[in-house]
Design a protein around this ligand. Structure first.
Ligand SMILES: [Zn+2]
Length: 413
């Protein structure tokens, strides 16, 4: 019997190449790839993956190798039944579509971190056959003055806390999430959203982590492991803020008066807001509590989060917590940011409309996936600009206005 498999690439975890694939958004806080029209999820045929990792990029004893080992270990700790095997530290050449799943760092022009997945598809179902994760030597390839912080976990070194470096581990954790088959998520605080502030901090040290929602996604795709660690509650001072395109944007948690009013933060300390409060006055303090996806499913509604029953109770004891809705606990007021814009349709055969919220920047810059600037487009003051990029067939492009990037797919049919 003949079965034909076509080979397609899914880049960045983005979807919809040739119209046969889609990202499905669930009420749960994860997204994944499906084949149309049957809605089959795209998974690996075996529940494990062994990367070939470029020795030159991740030499023995280096910070980068320690960091990568940490990241693969974090996913192995998550409750989905999928294992990243100890990598083969490889001196061979690397490349996409070479039948080998590989991880490497390039000094060439490249966006900060990139996942290129290759699938085989037989017309109704598809499977992953290759995963390549490529890191630029710098998180922002156009600004080499900002370095990656590999496995240094010092809070004050990190850009989100006022330091000089961008964290590599959360970025790698995000890309490995794509390797499992998870797509971007924009409706919760999520590792598959904005990764650079999806971290836990304790006593000045940072830890990257998968988190509850991406962990649930791994269970959805591969079933649960048999190992459950019930008391794995994670606490962080980052929270869901708003959708930012396909990503969730995160912001710092806040302090409120007992009546729910805003308490103004007066200054920052190590990148974190500092509040001056009156002695003897009661305040409400936000945290994000997650079970990292390992808590047994029964008894918890997926859209819930944890809340202490009473601020006076001991927060070490599980019986003092109740679940509560995200909307109640997290202040989800949406504020349009400067430079926000939308591009549609995406994917497109070429014609695109760019719509900006505020006419702050006169130009949109177009980049290809290698980070080469393909040109700039003058934006109309009306806020709506129509362009045609059909000359860049079958490609992934990046449109940048001010500091905001959007990825778009130009499909070649
Ligand atoms: Zn991504």
């Amino acid at each position: 019997m003949n079965t034909y498999w076509s080979r397609l690439k899914l880049i960045f975890g983005l979807s919809l190449i040739l119209g046969q694939f889609a990202v499905i958004r669930e009420v749960h806080a994860y997204t994944y790839y499906i084949t149309l029209p049957n809605n089959n999820k795209i998974v690996w045929p075996t529940k494990s993956l062994q990367y070939h990792v470029a020795n030159g990029s991740f030499p023995s004893g280096s910070a980068s190798r320690t960091a990568l080992t940490n990241v693969l270990g974090r996913w192995n700790e998550s409750p989905g039944d999928f294992t990243f095997l100890t990598p083969i530290w490889d001196n061979g050449t690397v490349g996409i579509e070479n039948e080998e799943s590989e991880i490497w760092i390039t000094t060439g022009p490249c966006v900060g971190a990139l996942h290129v997945g290759t699938i085989e598809w037989n017309g109704s179902s598809a499977k992953w056959i290759e995963s390549d994760v490529i890191f630029s030597a710098f998180p922002f390839w156009k600004n080499p003055s900002i370095p990656w912080s590999m496995n240094s976990d010092i809070q004050t070194n990190m850009k989100v806390y006022g330091g000089p470096a961008e964290m590599w581990e959360p970025a790698a954790l995000h890309e490995i999430g794509h390797a499992l088959g998870l797509a971007h998520t924009n409706n919760t605080y999520n590792a598959l959203g904005a990764h650079f502030n999806h971290v836990q901090v304790n006593c000045g040290r940072i830890r990257s982590y998968v988190g509850e929602d991406a962990g649930n996604g791994s269970v959805f795709l591969y079933g649960p492991t048999n190992v459950f660690f019930n008391y794995d509650l994670g606490v962080t001072h980052w929270k869901y803020a708003e959708p930012s395109g396909a990503y969730s944007a995160h912001s710092l948690t806040q302090i409120f008066t007992s009546g729910g009013g805003t308490v103004i933060s007066s200054d920052a300390f190590e990148g974190v807001r500092r509040y001056y409060v009156q002695a003897g006055t009661t305040y409400k303090v936000q945290f994000t509590y997650e079970n990292n996806g390992l808590w047994p499913e029964s008894g918890f509604t997926r859209e819930g989060t944890f809340k202490l029953k009473d601020p006076g109770l001991d927060n070490h004891l599980p019986e003092n917590w109740i679940t509560s809705s995200y909307m109640l606990v997290l202040n989800t007021t949406r504020i349009d940011k400067l430079n926000q814009f939308i591009v549609y349709p995406n994917p497109s055969t070429g014609p695109l409309t760019i719509q900006v919220t505020d006419f702050i920047n006169k130009y949109a810059e177009i980049y290809n996936i290698m980070g080469q600037n393909l040109g700039r487009i003058r934006l109309n003051e009306s806020g709506t600009t129509n362009i045609d990029l059909s000359q860049y067939k079958s490609g992934l492009l990046i449109i940048k206005i001010g500091s905001v990037h959007k990825k778009i797919i130009i499909s070649g049919f």
